[in-house]
Design a protein around this ligand. Structure first.
Ligand code: ZN
Length: 176
C-alpha cells in the first residue's frame, strides 16, 4: 500500500510530467492507477487523488465515482471511477464561487477557496482515448484542485482562510 504524502514532501511542489500517450496502457501506468485507487479507498473523505500524492511525478488524477455521487446529488455518472491523464483545463468560467476544500495531503486543514463554477477539461482516459469533459459544481471544483496538484499547487496556497478540523470532527469522519 502506497502512503499519501503530506504537504512538506517536495514531490507535491513539482510540476508533474506528462505521460507519453503510447504508454498509458502499459503495465507501469496501469499499476500506478491501481495504487492511486487503493491509497484513496482507505480515506473516508477521499473523493479524488493526484499521482504526486503517492509520490509519483506524473500527470494523472483519479476521482472516486461512488463518493462523487454521494457528495453531489446532481452528479449523473454511474459511480465508476473517473481517470484523467495529462488533463488540461481549456475553459474556465470567469464566474467564481468560494467553496470549502480539504486535501488528503494537507491533514487536517480545511479552507475557503475561490473556484470557477464551470470548467472544461481535456485529456486522456486510462485506455488512452482522448476526452473532453465539461463540469460544474463539485466536479468542476475537483478538476481545478487536482490540476493544481499536477502543477505543484496546494489549496492552502489559494485559500483565503483555513482552519483545522477538531479531533471530534476527525473521529466522526473516520467512523463513518
Ligand atoms: Zn488535494
Amino acid at each position: 500500500m502506497k502512503d499519501i504524502v503530506q504537504r512538506e514532501a517536495p514531490v507535491l511542489r513539482e510540476v508533474a510530467k506528462s505521460v507519453p500517450v503510447d504508454e498509458i496502457k502499459s503495465e507501469r501506468i496501469q499499476k500506478i492507477i491501481v495504487d492511486m485507487k487503493d491509497a484513496m479507498a482507505i480515506q473516508k473523505d477521499g473523493v479524488a487523488i493526484a499521482a504526486p500524492q503517492i509520490a509519483v511525478n506524473l500527470r494523472i488524477f483519479v476521482i472516486s465515482g461512488t463518493l462523487l455521487k454521494q457528495a453531489d446529488k446532481k452528479y449523473k455518472g454511474d459511480g465508476s471511477d473517473l481517470i484523467f491523464i495529462n488533463p488540461e483545463i481549456i475553459k474556465a468560467s470567469k464566474e467564481k464561487k468560494e467553496v470549502e476544500e480539504g486535501c488528503l495531503s494537507v491533514r487536517w486543514l480545511y479552507g475557503k477557496v475561490k473556484r470557477s463554477i464551470r470548467v472544461t477539461l481535456r485529456g486522456y482516459n486510462e485506455k488512452g482515448e482522448k476526452l473532453e469533459r465539461g463540469a460544474s459544481g463539485l466536479l468542476a471544483q475537483i478538476f481545478q484542485h487536482e490540476v493544481d496538484h499536477l502543477n505543484g499547487i496546494l489549496f492552502t496556497d489559494k485559500a483565503r482562510e483555513t482552519w483545522e478540523m477538531t479531533d471530534e470532527e476527525i473521529e466522526d469522519l473516520q467512523s463513518k
